[in-house]
Structures are given as structure tokens and as C-alpha cells.
Design a protein around this ligand. Sequence first.
Ligand code: CTP
Ligand code: CA
Length: 225
Amino acid sequence: VIAFFQPKLLSGKRVLVTAGPTAERVDPVRVISNRSSGKTGYAIARAAREAGADITLISGPTALPCPYGVKRINVESAREMHAHVLGQAHNADIFISVAAVADWHISNASEQKLKKTDKNGPQPPHIAFAPNPDILAEVAALKDGPWCVGFAAETENLHEYAQAKRQRKNIPLLVGNLAQEAMDADTTTFVLFDQNGHQDLPLLPKQQAARELIHAIANRLSDRA
Ligand code: CTP
Ligand code: CA
């Protein structure tokens, strides 16, 4: 009912969203992952849908139901997410990269379940890491690619790190928040960083913060047009 009264700010736009963590296999039954419930990314997908956009949500493993009217593709690893995002990016007007993407995958993952002990006693594995692709940076570098929005969950020096991250990834808008505040919570405090500086939003329920972000995105797109 509420959605019906929202102004259709993104009517006709195609929005690609990533959300949740990615998980990197150690063996068929064990993964290394990032802490992310997916709530923020799903709230943004829902808010963009309320604003009239056509949404593709590429989601790592979460416990959340697919928002109404949203097309969801479920993935596990960062490399899988990368393949789906790059496959869809040319069909998107806007890319919102909310996923907590694992920075590394495990280069010596085992095909069979590792056993914790052998005849010599406990055998903790020796895990070797290799870098994952930076999905957002690659999409931002595409010729004629979508307008990109990044996220940065930092634990300290939020303003400094987030603005530097926006510039490094070469994206017009980056949303910063403090990991320790947003994680596992239903509320969040967004700081929006763009070429002109930053704007602090108040502490808000994630769905409300998501709507504010959609407004901020729509304003910037209409300024550009
Ligand atoms: N991101 C991505 N692919 C990766 C890593 C990050 O698309 N392999 C995206 C995230 O979805 C987020 C943004 O990049 O929108 C910033 O992620 P973050 O982890 O904060 O930055 P990193 O560049 O990975 O730097 P670090 O983890 O060292 O802070
Ligand atoms: Ca990272």
C-alpha cells in the first residue's frame, strides 16, 4: 500500500543490485565468508522497485525472502557473482554494489571433505588465498556501463577511507557506514560521498535509509540528464 504512494522516481530504469555476503569454499562442506545479513541490499532492491525500476538482484547466501517484484539470481562465491554481474551490466542503467564481496578465494580448496584428524592427531588445514576480481571497479571501468553506486563498511576513519575508496574505484556515489553500527542491525547511518563532499543521513531503519538513497540517486541522475 505504501509503495503505491511512492513517487516513481526510477520509472523505466533497469537497476542491478548485489547484496549479502559471498562464500568461498574450503571444501564441499566448509566456507569462508563475510559478515552480512543482506538486509541493506534487499531494502535497496525493494526501494528501487517501489520507485518503479526493473530490478535484478544478485545475491549471495542470505536467509531473506526475495522482495516482491524483484528478479533474484542466487550465487555463492565472488567469482560466480562477478560472472553474473558482468553478464548483466550492459543491460543496466544503474549498478548498486551492496554485497560484502570476499576479497579472496581459496586457491587450494579440497574436492573432498577434509578430515580434522589423521593418525598423527589434529590436522588444521593450510589455507592459501588468491585475490578475487573487484566487481564494482570492473563495472565502473566499462565503456557505456551503468551509473555506479558503491558501499564501504569501515570500522574507523569512515570519512577519509570512504572518500578515498570512491575516488579509487572511480564512481560517482559511494555510501559509507560504520560496520559495527550497521552489522546485524535493522537501522543504519548512511554517509553519502560524491565529488562535492559528503552528506550525513540520520540513523534510520534500513528500509527508510534505502528510500533516501534512491532519492539521492534519482536526483543525481536527473541533474546529469
Ligand atoms: N566490491 C566488489 N568486489 C570486490 C570487493 C568489493 O564489487 N571484490 C565492492 C563492494 O560491493 C562495495 C565496494 O566494492 O560496493 C567497496 O568494498 P570494500 O570491501 O569496502 O572495499 P575494498 O575495495 O574491497 O577494500 P578493503 O576491503 O580493503 O577496505
Ligand atoms: Ca573488501
